[in-house]
Design a protein around this ligand. Structure first.
Ligand SMILES: Nc1ncnc2c1ncn2[C@@H]1O[C@H](COP(=O)(O)OP(=O)(O)OP(=O)(O)O)[C@@H](O)[C@H]1O
Ligand SMILES: [Mg+2]
Length: 317
């Protein structure tokens, strides 16, 4: 078998809890410097996968490489090169210590050179807009601020790999956007590799290069958004913006044998077309011949949400 190369490579990674197959023969490859999104409903196995990768749990079967290290053979090395935001991120902080003291403590634990510690802490707390809270006890911060602090903790030692379990779940939209931008810039600038669990489809769509959909411990699909769409043969929808008689445009579209469905908006039609490369021009000609003025004819992006619902339910809503 050809050995797969990536910053994170799982090989039949599996975890059982009694009868429950929480993670079942998962094969994932995450290239260095990329942002990978693991999507799935509650109880799908996302957090268990993260816990296996950060060596908090041992696999029941299979294994994974993180960086150049095997999670079973070399867990200490894996921990050195990873930064983790666990699901209950704030539980990894010491509540009676201040925000600053927490980071100082973990920086020493991670062997950040002494002279770099104050600068790193100030940089991270400032970025997360927590600098003014540096002397507040972690346990007295709001949930969102604790999540920001836990993210600072994960990033502190500039790890090669970041395993983030729902990193923006408790954040307000502005903070969530800042975190997304931070992830993208770190992946690009320092080639840090991100493995992110999320429910947030639009977030994943915005920042992830590659995506896997997991349910009941099994990967149902993996690839880029474009690849996923191809695998699913998602319906090809087009938006046709017209001036004039929209009802007439609708009836012409409906009369074409290759048009599956037509939805009408204020000044546009959303048309589902079979084999669009062959048939689009015929539809356009039909509309123009009937005197319909076309202003725009554009492919509608199948959203990840559509794909997700299609994969999980075997169809949309
Ligand atoms: N320590 C444990 N002991 C027993 N069962 C567990 C344990 N941890 C997880 N499970 C079970 O494993 C399955 C996967 O759980 P996991 O937490 O990985 O899901 P998840 O995808 O992270 O869900 P969520 O979106 O709710 O966070 C669930 O059925 C869960 O009940
Ligand atoms: Mg979870």
């Amino acid at each position: 078998m050809v050995r797969k190369v990536g910053e994170i490579v799982t090989d039949q990674l599996s975890k059982r809890f009694g009868k429950i197959k929480a993670v079942n023969r998962v094969d994932i490859v995450v290239p260095q410097g990329s942002v990978f999104g693991l999507l799935g409903p509650n109880g799908a196995g996302k957090s268990t996968t993260t816990r296996l990768l950060c060596t908090l749990l041992k696999p029941s079967f299979g294994t994974a490489q993180v960086g150049e290290f095997d999670i079973i053979e070399n867990p200490v090395k894996v921990r050195e090169i990873t930064g983790v935001l666990p699901e209950e991120g704030s539980h990894t902080l010491y509540p009676s210590m201040s925000a600053y003291q927490n980071l100082e403590y973990f920086a020493k634990l991670y062997d950040v050179p002494d002279e770099e510690i104050p600068g790193r802490i100030e940089e991270l707390l400032t970025f997360m807009e927590l600098w003014e809270r540096k002397n507040d006890r972690a346990g007295e911060l709001s949930t969102g601020n604790r999540q920001r602090l836990a993210l600072c903790r994960a990033l502190l030692h500039k790890p090669k790999v970041l395993l983030l379990d729902e990193p923006t779940s408790a954040l307000d939209p502005v903070a969530a956007k800042r975190v997304r931008e931070l992830i993208l810039s770190l992946a690009k600038k320092y080639k840090q590799t991100f493995f992110i669990n999320s429910h947030n489809l639009s977030e994943v769509q915005r920042i992830c290069d590659r995506i896997a959909i997991i349910d009941k411990g099994q990967i149902l699909l993996t690839g880029t958004t474009a690849e996923l769409r191809e695998q699913l043969h998602a319906k090809q929808e087009y938006m046709i913006r017209v001036t004039g008689d929209i009802e007439k445009a609708k009836s012409i579209a409906e009369s074409q044998h290759f048009v599956e469905s037509v939805k009408v908006g204020v000044d546009s039609l959303i048309v589902t077309i079979d084999n669009p490369f062959e048939n689009n021009s015929q539809l356009m000609q039909g509309l123009l011949a009937a005197g319909v003025n076309i202003i725009e004819f554009a492919e509608e992006e199948a959203s990840l949400e559509d794909l997700y619902l299609e994969v999980l339910n075997g169809g949309g809503d």
